[in-house]
Design a protein around this ligand. Structure first.
Ligand code: SF4
Ligand code: SF4
Length: 151
């Protein structure tokens, strides 16, 4: 019996299921984050904690600093509720072990950022502050030019 050839106009069921599942995931995240008053800024992201290097019970700092309670203590290790993570990197910034927490995130403009040490976070903060300062200077310069036109 000959195999039925796919018709290019048929809907791609696999793709439709993927899209529906992604939509449900986003809705679930929105419901969880709304009561916390936290804005989701990144398009996507990932977080990983290296259980081999984590100081666990002696530390737990990341659990205390996480603004969304995405981290919790479970059976002797730090657990992650991925649906609550907004990839802010506060846990990387405060972790006492380099490369123990790794955060990967994608900005709405497609720019990808990755951190695993407080130094990485500091470098990014400087970069963002520099960019904002530049935008402020440009908008001030434009406003001054406009003022000159009317003087
Ligand atoms: S990246 Fe931010 S939201 Fe995610 S676990 Fe770390 S501190 Fe919490
Ligand atoms: S701050 Fe780092 S070392 Fe401390 S518990 Fe969290 S992941 Fe582990």
């Amino acid at each position: 019996m000959s195999k039925k050839q796919p018709n290019p106009s048929d809907p791609d069921i696999y793709q439709l299921l993927l899209e529906a599942s992604e939509k449900r995931r986003r809705e679930r995240r929105a419901q969880l984050l709304e009561p916390l008053g936290v804005k989701e800024y990144f398009e996507e992201g990932r977080i990983r904690i290296d259980k081999k290097t984590c100081k666990g019970v002696e530390c737990k700092i990341c659990i205390e600093v996480c603004p969304t309670h995405a981290l919790y203590w479970k059976a002797g290790e730090v657990g992650i509720v991925e649906d609550l993570c907004i990839f802010c990197a506060a846990c990387v910034w405060s972790c006492i072990v380099d490369d123990c927490v790794q955060v990967w995130r994608k900005r709405p403009d497609g720019e990808v950022e990755e951190f695993s040490t407080p130094k990485n976070v500091l470098v990014l903060m400087h970069k963002i502050m520099g960019r904002k300062r530049r935008e402020r200077v440009i908008s001030l310069a434009r406003a001054l030019q406009l003022c000159r036109l009317y003087i």
